[in-house]
Design a binder for this molecule. Sequence first.
Ligand code: EPU
Length: 420
Amino acid sequence: MAKYLVQRSEPLKGEVNISGSKNAVLPIMAGTLLTDEPCELSEVPALRDVYVMCDLLSDLGFEIEKNYEENKVKVIPGKSIKTETPYEHVNKMRASFLVMGPLLARKGKAKVHMPGGCSIGARPIELHLKGFQLLGAKITEEQGYIEATTDGLVGDSIYLDFPSVGATENIMMAGSLAKGVTVIENAAQEPEIVDLANFLNRMGAKIKGAGTDTIKIEGVEKLNGCKHSIIPDRIETGTFMVAAAMTKGEVLIKNAVPDHVKPIIAKLKECGAKVDITDEGIFVNGSENPLVATDIKTLPYPGFPTDMQSQFMAMLLKTEGESNVIETVFENRYMHVGELNRMGANIKTDGNKATIRGDKGLTGAEVIATDLRGGAALVLAGLVAEGTTEIGEIYHIERGYEKFVEKFRNIGATIIRVEN
Ligand code: EPU
């Protein structure tokens, strides 16, 4: 099993180029199932979840032309498309469930293995299913599979009890080929939803309101292939912003969208880091002021992203004072806390609240990545800890970050990947 060895590093300095967004490309790849014409995607990040989605699409009968060096993937539909996804894929990646809406809309049938609970929480799917049912699908559950069938989806008004990202995406894709108008209320507003809507509209869909809490989808009979470039990854952006600030570095983050990381910019400034938006990118300077404690509360977009909670927590360990973090999106997203405490951190959790005593010296230790973002937090902590931090189970990190080690090394971090 491969590991990362991270050493206390000098302040990070230089430039980082942000890759395409993992959470935008996965639903968009699922969306290619809606057409019988090829789709060409660019700015596709070369990371494990994308490889899994490629495997899933080829199992369903698609031909995939991959050019990961140039971040391009072309999805070419085969003559016959399967409607059942093997357990193996849904087990590896929950986002596999996003093929359900497109398959149901295009083929009238989809059988997808029930995604299990995952490490960051139970992550149920009842909102996806409620949406499909309101559009006229019949849902049956047996032996761990969910099967949805329909003689033809018909648009309806769907109110989501929680603005679920995945449910909004699945329903938006299904509604694109439904008869009549589908309205999603209390929809998720994440930039990845807007990117998916732009992609679908390029295919000929008629979607309005993506990025607000009400999305209106006028169903069309057929969608065509198209070319689409994936938006930059706002969580990768945030991860490098935090890395720059906590190592007292000066890093220019290129190819990022400042509007997508507003809460991160605001909170970094509150902690005392300098953040400037220039024509070249986002410049983060942590060298001028000592960092001070702050509180964060994770919320659906445009609130502070849950996917940045653990990395921000790692930074709060280097601030003066006490900070509180409240996680409201997932019920079990503090698994990295135990690992950070093994490095000498003083973090106490009580339900969804974590209290961080800052300015504790950290010491390198043998730790494991418990999930994708928690793993990134350990890398960040390792950069400011005495000695060497040995991080195991890094496949979690490699699910969602492209060239993570290489990008960190380019800005002066002492990190290597070793095969055991
Ligand atoms: N939820 C329900 N019922 C549902 C769907 C969701 O109760 O039917 C709950 C979940 O259990 C969770 C909350 O709603 O507590 C948020 O879930 P959501 O559906 O919004 O998340 P997701 O679509 O499963 C995506 C990202 C996650 C990111 C969340 C929240 C992808 C592929 N994944 O997941 O990304 O944390 O939105 O922003 O887009 C990551 O990149 O590290 C990651 C976990």
